[in-house]
Design a binder for this molecule. Structure first.
Ligand code: C5P
Length: 234
C-alpha cells in the first residue's frame, strides 16, 4: 500500500489539544508536524510526548545561523528521534553541509530538508532583501544548491512542484504546504492546491494544518483527504 504522504501541522501552544488532535487523526495521516509555536512553548520534552505515537514527526524549526550553531542545533534535534528536520537554504552551502553531517552522525534515518523561499514572500518583496525576481528562479537556484549539498529535499509551494521535480529528479523529496481540499477555506495561504493534484504533480509529502485541525470533525477531514489520495484510513 502507498504510504500516506500527509503530515498534519499541529500549530498550537496547547499540548493537550495537540495530543488530542494527533490521537483523533492518527489512523488517517502519515505523520505529525510540530513547529515553532509548539516548540517555543514546550521544547524537546513537548516533542518527546509525540514520539511514542508510531508516526514520524517533522520538527519544523527552519534553522538559519552560522554553520557551527546550526550543526549543534540540528544534532540536538536529531538526537530526539524526529524523522524530518529543516534549515533555510539561504544559510548557504557550508551551513547546509554542516547541518547534514551533524544530523546523519547521530541519526542516519532522519531526513534534512531546506526551505527555499518563504511562501509569504512574493516578487515585490525580493528587491528589498537584495534578491532579483521572479521567486521561481530563486526557488530553483536554492533547491539545486540544497541538492548539491546532499540534503534529502526541500519545502516548496505546490506551484513549484512540476518544475522542481523535472529539474531535480524523482528521488528528491518535495514537501508541500498550502494544501486545500476542495471546499475548504484558503485562510492566509495564497498559492494553494488540492491534495490529489499536488501528489499527481509530484509532491512527496503534504503538510496540512487547518483543513484538518480546524474542521468540525478533524478525524473525518483527515479520512476524506486520505481517501482522495486512494489511501485507506481507519
Ligand atoms: O493551516 P495550513 O494548512 O495553512 O498549515 C500549513 C503549515 O505549513 C503551517 O504549519 C505552516 O507553518 C507550514 N508552512 C507553510 N509554508 C511554508 C512552510 C511551512 O505554510 N513555506
Amino acid at each position: 500500500m502507498t504510504a500516506n504522504p500527509v503530515f498534519v501541522a499541529l500549530d498550537t501552544t496547547d499540548p493537550d489539544y495537540a495530543r488530542q488532535l494527533a490521537e483523533r487523526v492518527r489512523g488517517s495521516v502519515g505523520g505529525l508536524k510540530l513547529g515553532l509555536e509548539f516548540f517555543n512553548a514546550h521544547g524537546p520534552d513537548g516533542v518527546r510526548q509525540f514520539l511514542d505515537m508510531g508516526l514520524p514527526v517533522f520538527l519544523d524549526l527552519k534553522y538559519h545561523d552560522i554553520p557551527n550553531t546550526v550543526a549543534g542545533a540540528a544534532r540536538a534535534a536529531a538526537a530526539l528521534g524526529v524523522s524530518i528536520l529543516n534549515v533555510h537554504a539561504q544559510g548557504g552551502a557550508a551551513m547546509m553541509r554542516a547541518a547534514l553531517d551533524a544530523v546523519k552522525s547521530v541519526s542516519p534515518s532522519t531526513q534534512l530538508i531546506a526551505v527555499t523561499m518563504l511562501t509569504s514572500l512574493s516578487d515585490e518583496d525580493l528587491p528589498s532583501v537584495g534578491l532579483t525576481p521572479p521567486v521561481g528562479e530563486q526557488v530553483l537556484r536554492l533547491a539545486s544548491l540544497t541538492q548539491q549539498c546532499g540534503l534529502d529535499g526541500v519545502v516548496c509551494s505546490a506551484h513549484e512542484i512540476v518544475r522542481l521535480r523535472k529539474e531535480l529528479g524523482a528521488d528528491f523529496s518535495l514537501v508541500v504546504p498550502g494544501i486545500r481540499p476542495a471546499g475548504s477555506d484558503v485562510g492566509d495561504q495564497k498559492r494553494v492546491m488540492g491534495p490529489a493534484e499536488a501528489v499527481a504533480a509530484g509532491a512527496s509529502r503534504l503538510v496540512i494544518g487547518r483543513p484538518i485541525t480546524g474542521a468540525t470533525d478533524p478525524a473525518q477531514a483527515a479520512r476524506n483527504i486520505a481517501e482522495s489520495l486512494g489511501i485507506s484510513a481507519v
